[in-house]
Design a protein around this ligand. Structure first.
Ligand code: SF4
Length: 382
């Protein structure tokens, strides 16, 4: 079995592992959206973070709609509805105030599942100076709340160790991100998203053990024979089983997702956290520098800068913006991002329950038009 297959299998079995942890008396903390609360805080308190991205299809969507109303994004409906249908292996929930709809969903969670909720307040703007100590204090409070459940205090030593493990995971993911940007790439966008997903479902130690040798294996692969159409994917979190657009682009149409701005991918781990300073401050600095769009962190300058960098680094031939209905943070950015994009830009709205045939047709036509443009440009340079 390859290192990639081992990771995929471990991710598929992660829920069973967390159930065993709970039976052994360990706390498992469900989270929704990185980077708040930072998983390092949860690990330093002797608990295991477990990212909640289960999607149990149309029945879950209906359950979520019943609890949250029709005008909620299908990400929130699917995640909450899935937990109502099939309770996840967690003992409590922790969430940052990163998006109004997510807040509404997490507030509904205790009544729907009976589990306690811990909330970390994220500053509403990056513009006002002095936000780092405020967020660092929020992290201290959160650490003490989780510690009171586990009985393990979050000391500076434990937190610095957790940050070091988190940074080693970031190194692996960054190296893989670079391999999918090669021309032609050695790693597909779908494979990269699988690895990031595994890093969110497993503890850092489990992930690092299984990822050992993965980079060398991928580097030793032969690159793809032909140059595929290169795509940058932008949009909100993809739930499990919600990869229709990725599959359609890569498997059905032969394109390659060489970069992404989603927290299921390259926004899901962020830049390294400083290991040399007060660890709470270091985590607060890293979060405030992160281009989170799903936060009320206005203005969206950091996200637009990240978009410009992703265009520069990935050299995509086109941008696929995959939004979901009722997602205000991302949908309101689609127009400014289109204006910034020097390459063709496709704006799609896809429910987490699955993409329609119409989405398939639009995506296929978009990729064909890019292919034709590239062919024409090659012919003209001969
Ligand atoms: S960012 Fe969009 S998809 Fe994500 S929770 Fe907020 S509204 Fe829903």
């Amino acid at each position: 079995m390859s290192a990639l297959e081992r990771l995929r299998e471990a991710q598929a079995l992660a829920a069973e592992g967390r159930r065993r942890d709970i039976a052994d008396g360990r706390e498992v903390v469900g989270t929704f959206s990185p980077p708040v609360p930072p998983p390092e805080l949860i690990e330093a308190a002797g608990a295991t973070p477990y990212r909640l991205l289960e999607n149990r299809g149309p029945d879950a969507d209906l359950r979520g709609m019943g609890a949250l109303g029709r005008d909620t994004c299908s990400f929130c409906r699917s995640v909450l509805g899935s937990a109502i249908l099939d309770p996840p292996p967690i003992t409590c929930i922790a969430s940052g105030t990163v998006c109004d709809r997510l807040r509404h969903m997490t507030d509904a969670w205790p009544a729907a599942t009976g589990l306690p909720l811990y909330t970390v307040a994220v500053p509403r703007t990056r513009e006002v100076p002095g936000q780092v100590p405020v967020l660092a204090e929020e992290f201290r409070l959160f650490a003490s709340e989780i510690s009171s459940r586990t009985g393990t205090p979050v000391t500076k030593t434990r937190l610095t160790e957790a940050i070091k493990r988190g940074n080693r995971c970031r190194e692996v993911l960054t190296a893989l991100d670079e391999l999918r940007r090669e021309s032609p790439p050695r790693l597909s966008g779908g494979e990269f998203l699988d690895v990031v997903r595994a890093s969110h479902a497993l503890s850092t130690s489990e992930f690092l053990e299984l990822a050992d040798g993965l980079i060398a294996k991928i580097r030793s692969r032969e690159p793809m024979k032909r140059r595929p159409v290169r795509i940058l994917l932008v949009g909100p979190t993809l739930t499990d089983g919600d990869r229709d657009v990725v599959r359609m682009a890569e498997v059905d149409c032969g394109a390659a997702i060489v970069g992404d701005l989603t927290d299921s991918g390259s926004l899901g781990y962020g830049e390294p956290v400083s290991e040399d300073r007060d660890p709470f401050t270091a985590l607060a600095e890293q979060v405030l520098a992160h281009p989170i769009l799903t936060a009320p962190l206005k203005p969206s300058t950091a996200f637009r800068d990240a978009f410009r960098r992703a265009l520069q680094d990935g050299r995509p031939d086109g941008v696929v913006y995959r939004g979901v209905p009722f997602c205000r943070p991302f949908n309101s950015e689609a127009v400014p991002l289109r204006e910034l994009s020097p390459v063709p830009f496709l704006d799609l709205r896809v429910e987490a329950t699955g993409a329609s045939g119409q989405v398939r047709t639009r995506l296929g036509a978009f990729l064909e038009a890019i292919e034709a443009r590239l062919h024409f440009a090659r012919e003209n340079t001969r």
